[in-house]
Ligand binder design. Sequence first.
Ligand code: MRU
Length: 328
Amino acid sequence: MIDQTALPARFAYVSYTSPEQVATAIRTMVVRGAPAIGVAAAMGMALAAQRSKANRLPDLIRDMEASATLLRSTRPTAVNLFWGIDRVMRKAKASSSAREAKDSVVDEVRAMEDEDVEANMKLGKYGADLIEDGDTVLTQCNAGALATVGYGTALGVVRAAVQQGKFVKVLVPETRPALQGARLTAFELSRDQIPCTLIADTAVGHMMSLGRVDKVVVGADRITRDGFVFNKIGTYQEAVLAKRHGVPFYPAAPRSTFDLSRTHNQVTIEERGAEEVFEVRGRRIAPKGVPVANPAFDMTPPELVRSMITDRGLIRPPFASEIARLMS
Ligand code: MRU
């Protein structure tokens, strides 16, 4: 995988051979972004199967369960993580022997890779129809190729609109504290020669008040069955400001990001280390001992969402029943 912690200074691939290494890569955000985490965790599970010395299926399943527990503990909010792990576990359990399971889980992960790119391209097309020639799209964090297997969700919508011949500009908030906007989205868009402007997170309201934002398109880490959108911290304030200024707010996400088993009050929002806030790229910016809160995600209620862009089409209000209809 690409080491996302090194970007944009260094573009480097890293390889892992054990589920433990993959778990560390997810926890430390070498790989991040909900769909990328989901497929990486699935690969960690395939490694667990391949490395197991078990000859009997029940013993293999036991070894894989131990890795699943470790991988599940890495990050709590993106549902894709659990989706990826569960899908590989199900595949192994449906096999008739340990030998068969070891092969079939690798095939399953390869299929998941292909399906993710396909889903992004599909949702990109549905979303692109909402984008007009000349639009400036505000995003948050990085919901691009880096955050997925390829193409991206929110940035997939932008890419598809550009492919339709539309001129689209992207407004990229830096996305403190991990700076996925400044480091990753700006990198990805510049590489693809899609015009983008980096702004401080604190500039979002001002830009909207000047009429400089036509659409907000963001990714999602989990969309619950009652239509609440969990995404990178800062997304909620974009949604509130969008409502204030009459700007449509669209989350873009594949089926693997929908959690039909939970409502919004049953989701854990990850709290990350204080150093991410009191330091900027390793350098302390706040007095020693100051208390810090560092929620990594926030929750946008359905009433702030114009429609959801998915690989199965657009979901419009009322979200709870439409999610159930389209995603079941
Ligand atoms: O903490 P991160 O960088 O993993 O958070 C990523 C996001 O919040 C993305 O917007 C989301 O995962 C969607 S990525 C297609």
